[in-house]
Design a protein around this ligand. Sequence first.
Ligand SMILES: NC(=O)c1ccc[n+]([C@@H]2O[C@H](COP(=O)([O-])OP(=O)(O)OC[C@H]3O[C@@H](n4cnc5c(N)ncnc54)[C@H](O)[C@@H]3O)[C@@H](O)[C@H]2O)c1
Length: 257
Amino acid sequence: MERDFAGRVALVTGASGGIGRATAQMFAARGAKVAVVDVKDAEGAETVDLIRRAGGEAFYMRVDVSDEAAVRAMVEKTVATYGGLNHAVNNAGILGQFMPLHMIETSKFDQIIAVNLRGVFLGMKYQIAHMLEHGGGTIVNVSSAAGLHAQPNLAAYSASKHGVLGLTRTAGVEYAAKGIRINSVHPGGVITPMTTAIFASMSEEARKAAQEVPDQHPLGRSAQPEEQAAVICFLSSDAASNVVAAAFSVDGGLTQV
Ligand SMILES: NC(=O)c1ccc[n+]([C@@H]2O[C@H](COP(=O)([O-])OP(=O)(O)OC[C@H]3O[C@@H](n4cnc5c(N)ncnc54)[C@H](O)[C@@H]3O)[C@@H](O)[C@H]2O)c1
């Protein structure tokens, strides 16, 4: 693998599993030193272990992305540990239960917005402040296909992911001329702990019914986390030097039908 991130520092939130872990591993394999951020400590340590065993460099930090003081400290600790921050990926997120809007507990709505939207806002706020003072950088925010089109029975999640698109587009334009490229990715279904947990929470009957629904992705399948990581790393790389404020669908065509 090309080591085009050698000498760079990357920070990935939600990197204890799924898309975040695959992204942290890919950054490391391409030469970056990686700050692995999550609230699942054992799995975060496992991500670091996987990276180190493959010859890469990483450390784990427990940070709740909805906690402002913790997010400020996250950027400070990354810079103190590795001497800078060139590439940030705001990926941490939660889904919530599938249910119609009027059934959603208001506290649950607030929690989903706090992690998925406030978390991305806080991440960007402190990442951008650092990058402005230190020669620029890149930020990729992980939204969703649900940030581009309706996602029935996931109103809070869909609203939070549409919000991530608004933050990305606006900040992407605000900071483009200042050397910070900000873009979002919008995955369709990806096989990760998040989606596995949905099936696990279903009754046997509901699971069977769900498995009988034909796959909605024109590609005919869900994605692997590595397919998302490849696009996130592309957007972070110099190969994407002209890509700014873009919403990248990585969804097997899901949002085009
Ligand atoms: N899996 C999919 O089908 C899919 C589709 C579209 C978008 N996404 C988005 O991709 C991102 C990654 O999801 P994934 O599928 O890899 O799921 P995942 O559950 O494996 O990963 C999400 C990670 O975020 C962490 N996290 C949750 N709350 C946090 C908090 N407050 N602070 C710090 N970390 C926190 C979790 O511990 C977890 O490790 C999420 O933003 C998700 O919404 C996933």
